[in-house]
Design a binder for this molecule. Structure first.
Ligand code: SF4
Length: 574
C-alpha cells in the first residue's frame, strides 16, 4: 500500500514591528501588547488530520516541521507528499517542494490549502511549476487524495478526532495543555467578502460537512475521548448563518442527559453581526456558545457594502457580554473609506463594543480574490512585497489614505488603548464569566439556571487569584480599579474566598512577579513549538485516538512539562 506524508509549513517569525510567532495567534494577535497578561497558545492543522483519517493508506502528519525535520522525514520513504500552506508560507512551501524532489524524486508531490490561489503568481512558468509539484488540490482534500490513491472517493467521510489546542498565560504553564477540541461543521462562506481567500477557495459556496445529529453524536464520542476538555471549536466560517443546524444542535445539547448538557458542552466559533442577529440573544446561550470570533471589520463597513456587518455591533457585543459569552472583535485597517481623520472614531466604536479579545489586521489582498483583481486593475499592488510579508501587518496594497506605517502604528496603538482602558483580556474574560453566572442564575429556563450557571461557576474557580493578579499588575489606576470592582463582585456572588484560594493567590502573585523579572532580565523569543509527528498506521493510540504522537527534537522545557502533566493529571497535552 502506498505511504502518504501530509505536512503543513512552519512559518518564520515575523517582524511586526517586533518579532512575533504566527503559530501562536493568541500572543501574536488576540492578546497582543498586554505585558504579563499576553496569552500563549497553539492551534493544530485540522485539514491534514482530516485527510489522514479518511484514507486507507497509512500516513504520517507533520505539524510545523523545520526544513531539516521535513528532509529527515522524507528519508523514511513516502509515495505521496502533500504540503498544505497559506499564502504567506508560499516561499517555504516551494522550498519544501525542492527538498521533496531532491530527497524523494519518485514521490508524487501535491500542494493544497489557501496558498494554492497564489501559485500562478508565485511561479508564473508552467514548466517550473511542473518541476516543483505534480498536483494542486484546490478544494476537498479528502476526495482529491482518495482519487489520487485509487481509493473510493464516495466512501463516507469520518468526522475526525483532532488533537487539542489551548492557550494560557505563560506564567501559569509555559506550554498550554490541550483544552479545546475542534469539530468540523462546514466550510466555505457565501458572504463572499472581497478580501476573503477562504471564501474564494471554496468558490463562495457553503458546504455542510455534518448536520446537527452527526455533530451531536460526535460531541458525545469526543467527550468520551477527551473527558476534561473545556470547550469545542466548531469549525465553520460563519456558524450562526445556518439556523437549522444551530437550533437543532442547540436543542440536542441543551436537553442532553448523556454527558451533562450545557454543564459540559460549550463552543467557540466564528460568526458575524449579521448572522448573530438572526437569533434571540438567549438562544446563543442555550445552544452553548462560549466564545464568538466576530468579523467586526470597521464601524463603517456596513455602509460600504459589507453585508455581514449589518446591525448594531455595540448592542450585539453587549448582549453577548452580559450573558457571559466571550468575544473577539476582528478589525481590518486600510479600507479606502478609512482615513487618518476617521480612524480614531473607528477605534472608539470598537472600544465601545468592549470585546474580550481583539484581532487587528491590515487589509491584505490575496491572489484570486476580488480585492486583488480590482487593485491590480487600478495599479495599486506593490508586487515587490515578499510572500512572507502577507501576514496581518503586511501585504502589497497601496492604500488610498494610509501608509503601511500609519496602519502598523494604529494597530499597536489600538491594542494599547484597549488594554489601558478595558484592562487585560484575562480580566475582561473573568468579569464576563461573572456576568454569565449572574445572568443564568436569574433565568427562568432550567438549562440556564442550573446547567449553564454551573458551567460558569466552574470557570470562576480560579477567578479570585486572577483578579488579584490583575490588580497587582494593572497598567494604570483605572484598570486597577476595574479589577478591584470585579474582585468585589466575585465575593458578593460566590462568597468569600477560601483559605486555599487566598494562598493560591499569593503563590500566583509571586509566580507572576518572578516571570516579569525574568522577562525583564532576559527577554524571551516568541513561542514556537517543536515539530510534531502524528502516525496514522491503523493501530491508533492507547487513548482512543486514531493516531500516535511523536515529537521530533522536543526542547527540554516542553519535555519536562509533558512528563509532569502525565504524572499529575494524565492529561492529553496535544
Ligand atoms: S464572512 Fe468571513 S469567512 Fe465569510 S466571506 Fe466574509 S471574511 Fe470570509
Amino acid at each position: 500500500m502506498k505511504r502518504v506524508l501530509l505536512t503543513n509549513v512552519r512559518p518564520d517569525l515575523i517582524q511586526a514591528p517586533y518579532p512575533a510567532s504566527l503559530v501562536d495567534p493568541f500572543g501574536e494577535r488576540f492578546t497582543r501588547g498586554q505585558g504579563v497578561f499576553t496569552l500563549t497558545g497553539h492551534l493544530h492543522a485540522v485539514g491534514t488530520h482530516l485527510i489522514a483519517q479518511n484514507l486507507q493508506a497509512p500516513s504520517v502528519v507533520l505539524e510545523y516541521p523545520t526544513l531539516d525535520d521535513f528532509r529527515a522525514e522524507l528519508r523514511k520513504g513516502y509515495d505521496v507528499i502533500g504540503i498544505s500552506f497559506w499564502i504567506n508560507h508560499t516561499d517555504t512551501a516551494l522550498a519544501m517542494c525542492r527538498i521533496a524532489r531532491e530527497e524523494s524524486p519518485g514521490s508524487t508531490v501535491v500542494l493544497g490549502g489557501h496558498g494554492v490561489l497564489n501559485l500562478e503568481e508565485a511561479v508564473p512558468s508552467a514548466a517550473e511549476r511542473k518541476a516543483l509539484f505534480d498536483h494542486v488540490c484546490a478544494g476537498d482534500g479528502v476526495r482529491f487524495m482518495r482519487e489520487l490513491l485509487g481509493e473510493d472517493p464516495q466512501a463516507p467521510v469520518a468526522m475526525g478526532i483532532f488533537p487539542l489546542s489551548g492557550a494560557l498565560p505563560p506564567w501559569l504553564l509555559p506550554y498550554p495543555p490541550g483544552m479545546i477540541v475542534p469539530i468540523l461543521s462546514g466550510y466555505g462562506c457565501p458572504w463572499a467578502c472581497s478580501f476573503c481567500a477562504s471564501s474564494r477557495f471554496w468558490n463562495y459556496r457553503h458546504l455542510e460537512f455534518a448536520d446537527a445529529k452527526a455533530l451531536y453524536a460526535h460531541i458525545q464520542r469526543l467527550l468520551g475521548i477527551y473527558p476534561r476538555v473545556e470547550s469545542f471549536l466548531i469549525i465553520e466560517e460563519d456558524y450562526f448563518r445556518y439556523p437549522k443546524t444551530v437550533r437543532e444542535l442547540g436543542k440536542l445539547v441543551s436537553e442532553d442527559t448523556s454527558f451533562g448538557g450545557l454543564k459540559r458542552f460549550g463552543f467557540i466559533t466564528e460568526t458575524s453581526i449579521g448572522a448573530l442577529n438572526l437569533y434571540e440573544p438567549d438562544e446563543w446561550l442555550l445552544c452553548g456558545l462560549d466564545y464568538a470570533f466576530i468579523g467586526y471589520e470597521s464601524k463603517f463597513a456596513a455602509d460600504h457594502g459589507l453585508r455581514k456587518r449589518k446591525g448594531d455591533a455595540i448592542e450585539v457585543f453587549q448582549n453577548l457580554r452580559e450573558r457571559g459569552i466571550l468575544t473577539n472583535a476582528a478589525m481590518i485597517v486600510g479600507w479606502d473609506f478609512q482615513t487618518p481623520e476617521n480612524l480614531p472614531e473607528d477605534l472608539e466604536h470598537l472600544a465601545a463594543c468592549r470585546p474580550t479579545q481583539t484581532q487587528f489586521s491590515r487589509l491584505i489582498p490575496y491572489p484570486g480574490t476580488a480585492l486583488w483583481d480590482s487593485l491590480k486593475e487600478e495599479d495599486r499592488l506593490d508586487l515587490s512585497v515578499a510572500w512572507n510579508d502577507y501576514h496581518n501587518y503586511g501585504g502589497s496594497m497601496r492604500h488610498k489614505h494610509l501608509t503601511p506605517e500609519d496602519i502598523v502604528g494604529f494597530i499597536e496603538g489600538g491594542h494599547r488603548h484597549l488594554y489601558e482602558t478595558l484592562g487585560p483580556s484575562l480580566l475582561r474574560m473573568f468579569d464576563t464569566f461573572l456576568n454569565g453566572y449572574e445572568y443564568c442564575r436569574r433565568s427562568n429556563r432550567r438549562q440556564l439556571r442550573e446547567d449553564r450557571a454551573q458551567r460558569f461557576k466552574q470557570r470562576l474557580r480560579i477567578a479570585f487569584p486572577l483578579f488579584k493578579i490583575c490588580r497587582a499588575f494593572a497598567p494604570n489606576a483605572k484598570v486597577r480599579s476595574l479589577a478591584q470592582d470585579s474582585e468585589k463582585r466575585y465575593c458578593e456572588l460566590c462568597g468569600p474566598p477560601s483559605l486555599g484560594l487566598r494562598v493560591l493567590a499569593e503563590v500566583m502573585l509571586a509566580r507572576v512577579a518572578a516571570h516579569q523579572l525574568t522577562r525583564a532580565l532576559r527577554p524571551s523569543k516568541p513561542r514556537t513549538y517543536p515539530c510534531k509527528r502524528y502516525v496514522y498506521d491503523g493501530r491508533g493510540g492507547a487513548d482512543g485516538r486514531p493516531f500516535r504522537v511523536e515529537y521530533d527534537r522536543p526542547n527540554l522545557g516542553y519535555t519536562i512539562q509533558q512528563r509532569l502533566g502525565r504524572v499529575v493529571r494524565g492529561r492529553i497535552n496535544h
